[in-house]
Design a protein around this ligand. Structure first.
Ligand code: CA
Length: 470
């Protein structure tokens, strides 16, 4: 059996918990679901190999050996799943004390694990035999910002968002009054997470978080989610409602089980917290989560700016945060041409260019960091912030997103490794184009008098290789 592998492209707008649903980015969505296929290869080695016994010439010996081999294969076939089952059973029993301590009954616990089989097709699993990049849930390519922040898709979502803002006016006003999060940002989370409820969630939440807790790369984190998911069952949430993304996020605004207990909010006051079917509950829950993560009422997320020679993209990142008045002294202007107001100049912001020199740059504020805490990704936060602006009636990017294609993960890793070896302040070797990576590339380009674009291009990689060879 031959499995043709397609190159996998990471949805860089997906946070560490893979919250956004596959396909929630409109055209050409490539999400976590693409990471399947390798599991089929796990049985490839069991194919019959008639050529392994060339030294046996006697037909009788051949027959005997063939029988012995057949027996061995049969034994293997039976013993392997049995030991795997025993291991799984022991692991499930190991979860019980934590579940019991969290108030889960044995009846709920047993029902939850009845017939449980780990879903080996999920991404981010730590499975022996999978290529190392798959074990880390990492794709061969990193998705281009221009694709994630697809303008046509944002416009479509904003159009729907405006209609929904009118339709749910009373609910959204109540959320603003009670939770202090503006209606546009709440709608933008709903739009980004499930395209306003249009995306169907493909997985059973218990299966997903149990698989991740048993075989995932981040077992401890998902064990907490598993206990919380069991508590949800115990509290009376029907399992049939608990449909989830590959990482266990549920409902209209994609709640992780642990967040459900912290932030789920019964806004319609019917005594039930229904993040699946009640739009008021789901939106208030999202707002409550944003509030819990530090939302600053009455403030926006950030401003698109035009960079200068004095303040290029090498100034990117939270470590270089400063008052906007300081940025203004370095020449940063708003991209829309409006002057900074006194109130804006007093705010603290950091610079962020998701596509380096090939797209818009932003000065981002506290609420940007809050959106990132909802889903740890720059592209996600820009998407949500920009969609909120568009629903509010503005928001188009002044600087277009350039044609930076998908980036090869291995190239980004090599750049990170080589820059670290050259003494640059590289935070981690992860093959991803985050703030820190863009910044250090910018600093390298500045030092070496290259065009400062803060982007992991082949040109800069070649240059770094030559520098390293010297
Ligand atoms: Ca309710």
């Amino acid at each position: 059996m031959r499995v043709v592998k397609k190159p996998r492209i990471a949805d860089t707008g997906r946070g560490p918990l893979g919250r956004s649903v596959k396909g929630s980015n409109g055209p050409g969505p490539i999400g976590p679901g693409e990471a399947v296929g390798e599991a089929e290869c796990k049985v490839c080695g069991m194919n019959q190999r008639p050529d392994v016994l060339p030294i046996v010439s006697s037909p009788i010996w051949s027959l005997l050996l063939a029988c012995m081999l057949g027996l061995a294969v049969a034994l293997t076939a039976f013993s392997k799943p049995a030991s795997a089952d025993a291991k799984l059973g022991a692991w499930i029993e190991g979860v019980w004390p934590d579940a019991e301590a969290a108030g889960v009954s044995r009846k709920t616990f047993d029902a939850a694990f009845k017939g449980f089989t780990p879903d080996l097709k999920l991404p981010d699993l730590d499975l022996p035999g999978r290529p190392s990049n798959d074990a880390r849930g990492q794709a061969e390519f990193t998705r281009a910002p221009s694709e994630y922040l697809d303008r046509a898709y944002l416009i479509r979502l904003a159009t729907t968002g405006k209609d929904l803002a009118a339709k749910h006016k009373a609910t959204l006003e109540k959320i603003e009054r009670e939770l202090g999060v503006d209606r546009y940002s709440v709608l933008a989370i709903w739009g980004r997470e499930t395209a306003f409820g249009h995306h169907k969630l493909p997985h059973d939440a218990i299966n997903v978080v149990a698989t991740q807790a048993y075989l995932g790369r981040r077992k401890d984190l998902f064990r907490i989610e598993l206990i919380a998911a069991l508590k949800m069952l115990e509290s009376g949430v029907p399992r049939s409602l608990m449909r989830a993304s590959w990482a266990g996020a549920m409902g209209l605004t994609q709640f992780m089980p642990s967040e459900y207990f912290k932030h789920a909010h019964d806004l319609d006051g019917d005594g039930k917290t229904d993040i699946w079917n009640s739009i008021p509950d789901a939106l208030a829950s999202a707002a409550s989560q944003l509030k819990g993560k530090g939302w600053v009422a009455g403030q926006t997320w950030g401003y698109e700016v035009i960079l200068t020679r004095e303040a290029d993209c090498g100034f990117e990142g939270p470590t270089q945060e400063r008052p906007i008045s300081e940025w203004a002294k370095l020449g940063l202007k708003r991209a829309n041409g409006r002057p900074w107001t006194e109130a804006q100049l007093a705010l603290s912001a950091y610079m962020m260019s998701p596509a380096g020199g090939y797209g818009p740059s932003f000065l981002v504020l506290e609420n940007y960091k809050v959106i990132r805490r909802y889903n740890m990704s720059d592209l996600y936060a820009v998407f949500v912030g920009n969609l909120a602006d568009r629903i509010a009636g503005g928001g188009d990017f002044v600087t277009p997103w350039g044609g930076t294609g998908p980036q090869k993960t291995s190239n980004i890793e090599e750049i990170q490794q080589r820059l670290m070896a050259l003494g640059y302040d590289v935070e981690k070797i992860d093959g991803k184009v985050g703030s820190n990576t863009r910044k250090v590339i910018g600093l390298y380009e500045r030092t070496n008098k290259l065009k400062v674009d803060c982007w992991p291009s082949d040109t800069v990689l070649d240059h770094i290789r030559k520098t390293a060879a010297r």
